[in-house]
Design a protein. Sequence first.
Length: 113
Amino acid sequence: MLRLARSRPLPDRPAAVGGVSCLDEPLPLLTALDAVDAYLLASSSRQRTLARASLSALAIEQVGVHDAFSLLGGTRLTAGQVVQTAVDKALTVSPDDLLSGRTIAELLGESLS
């Protein structure tokens, strides 16, 4: 990770501190569309089941269909907890599936539209 950070060129402008750049220019705000892209609620009962199981196992506040379990901090232990809940609700998912980096929608093979 450190090697990757050093290989990147330095930015053309100073970094932002506290939401205001060092040049006193306002930083762009997220638009409503950015917010929708960043977090999309589970729409099917299968998505909700997997999202709720992930919430419980990871002790976090929200999980959307674009979220990948492994990127939210999931471990093999917490994946086992999610799998048990999924099996109880007739969903087929393995710890390896959850830790693969795929999103909830991708794991369930469901369209996001």
